[in-house]
Design a binder for this molecule. Structure first.
Ligand code: FES
Length: 188
């Protein structure tokens, strides 16, 4: 036997529904910020110009970095070269020196990410406690890990930063192409 909803019923049903919706949304958002990140695949390269990025001695130790731009059919791509303590898929190893080249265009909404070498400052600014330097986005505080090939590790972005193909010759590192698709300009 059913009975009609009274005004008194609505007094608790409506706030309960709103609260359930809020906590559901908040839970989903938390899972997305912390966990729903795409893995970094073997790269598919698109050939491009051969551009000198840095001499090897410019990045003497792990976590040294250098910003550069790379010409693409969409225009100059802001990019960063990072020296890593170990090899990474899609990166470059020259003896015991390991590097990765990454786009600096955030895969969330396209802001420019910055290299964050100071972990304490990064924890305060991004609310993200990293175990190594990362690339942080000032727009919505997304973070990407160069040691994982540019994987999104915190915040709204879920896609990794596209990589630049690197080559070395006679002590110089060159960029010779970029990963496809070039997120977020090209959506897969
Ligand atoms: S544009 Fe980078 S986190 Fe939103």
């Amino acid at each position: 036997m059913s009975r009609k909803l009274t005004r008194r019923d609505l007094i608790w049903i409506l706030p309960s529904g709103v609260a359930a919706g809020f906590f559901g949304w908040f839970g989903w958002r938390t899972v997305r910020i912390l966990f729903l990140k795409e893995r970094v695949p073997e790269p598919t390269w698109r050939d491009g110009e051969r551009v000198e990025v840095a001499r090897l001695e410019e990045l003497e130790a792990p976590w040294a970095f250098k910003y550069f731009t790379y010409p693409t059919r969409f225009g100059e791509l802001k990019s960063v070269l990072v020296r890593l303590p170990g090899p990474v898929v899609g990166g470059l190893s020259v003896g015991e020196a390991h590097f990765v080249g990454l786009s600096r265009i955030c895969t969330h909404l396209g802001c420019t990410v910055n290299y964050v070498p100071d972990l304490e400052a990064g924890a305060i600014a991004y609310n993200y406690r990293a175990s190594n330097p990362f690339l942080g986005c000032p727009c919505h505080f997304g973070a990407f890990d160069p040691a994982q090939g540019g994987k999104a590790v915190f915040g709204p972005p879920t896609l990794p930063l596209p990589r630049l193909r690197l080559e070395a010759a006679e002590g110089v590192i060159y960029a010779t192409g970029h990963e496809e698709p070039l997120y977020p300009i090209e959506r897969g």
